[in-house]
Design a binder for this molecule. Structure first.
Ligand SMILES: *[C@@H]1O[C@H](CO)[C@@H](O)[C@H](O)[C@H]1NC(C)=O
Ligand SMILES: *[C@@H]1O[C@H](CO)[C@@H](O)[C@H](O)[C@H]1NC(C)=O
Ligand SMILES: *[C@@H]1O[C@H](CO)[C@@H](O)[C@H](O)[C@H]1NC(C)=O
Length: 279
């Protein structure tokens, strides 16, 4: 007797559990009727379409306000780093062995290609000593101030195709990283020093190692397509007593408001490289 009762109960339990998935009597699936499910699906469909529409709309408005030419949100203009060519912070060669300095010479020559006369002749005239500020009304493409490699004189690779490496008086080129909108105050120039007792003579090109103001500001890759960074060349007039030693050369941008003594970033407005010439 008791056992049949138990069976009944367990049967009921099983059927109610099954009913909770699909109840054939009411036609409910998971406790809802087909029309209820259809309503829920419709609701979510409309809801997600609405969300997607909102997203697309905000993106579209965002993109409309963005300008390809000018980065819109910049709170402050960063300071530029100083970099050297040849592209090595450890320059070492045998001045009597062209194979040992060929890579440096090639690196310099390749780098200066875009500064060569034919390339730079097309560029506009600018006023030396003045910023070349250009407003948007002048059209989107900004004019470019020419920097001809001949300005680098003995370090231009024109009169001396070995950039002084064969005579043990090598040239190193310096440039500041491009920073959009940067307008350095004062008259930035490069000053290099060698850490040793008696100073090494150096020649700077252009005169006094100056970065002319007319190359600033830079307007960005798109608006200022053919922009060339101004360069400063330093020719290290090493003598016999400087050979066979590793010399640490530090170059800094001085004479302006550009930072050159940041403790955390030792390439901000300065660069240190080693040079070793053997005979
Ligand atoms: C530099 O190169 C010259 C010529 O190849 C060679 O005679 C001389 O020994 C080299 N010097 C050093 C320090 O390797
Ligand atoms: C300048 O560059 C162009 C193209 O790279 C090259 O054909 C030309 O010979 C170069 N001129 C000089 C003087 O280096
Ligand atoms: C270059 O730097 C050295 C060492 O800091 C300094 O003695 C010298 O006066 C500087 N030269 C110029 C032209 O600023």
């Amino acid at each position: 007797m008791a056992s049949t009762e138990d069976k009944e109960a367990s049967k009921e339990k099983a059927s109610s559990w099954k009913d909770s998935i699909y109840n054939p009597r009411t036609g409910e699936l998971l406790g809802r009727t087909a029309s209820s499910w259809a309503l829920i699906l419709l609701f979510y469909l409309v809801f997600y379409c609405f969300l997607a529409g909102m997203f697309a709309l905000t993106m579209w408005v965002m993109l409309l306000t963005l300008d390809d030419y000018v980065p819109r949100y910049r709170d402050r203009i960063p300071n530029p780093g100083l970099v050297i060519r040849p592209n090595s912070l450890d320059i070492s060669f045998n001045k009597s062995d062209p194979l040992k300095y060929a890579d440096y010479v090639k690196n310099l020559e390749t780098f200066l290609q875009k500064y060569n006369e034919t390339q730079q002749q097309v560029n506009d005239k600018c006023v030396p000593g003045d910023y070349t500020v250009q407003d948007d009304a002048e059209g989107m493409l900004k004019k470019v101030c020419p920097f001809k490699r001949s300005l680098l004189s003995f370090c231009s690779g024109i009169s001396d195709t070995n950039f002084g490496y064969h005579e043990g008086k090598p040239c190193v080129l310096l440039k500041m990283n491009r920073i959009i909108g940067l307008m350095p105050h004062g008259d930035p120039y490069v000053n290099c020093t060698v850490k040793k007792d008696n100073p090494v003579q150096m020649h700077y090109f252009p005169k006094e190692g100056r970065f002319d103001k007319m190359y600033f500001p830079y307007y960005g890759k798109k608006a200022h397509e053919n922009y060339v960074q101004p360069l400063v060349a330093v020719k290290l007039l090493l003598t016999k007593e400087d050979y066979n030693k590793e010399l640490a050369v530090e170059c800094k941008v001085e004479g302006s408001n550009l930072r050159n003594n940041d403790e955390r970033d030792k390439f901000l407005g300065r660069v240190t490289f080693r040079i070793k010439v053997v005979e």
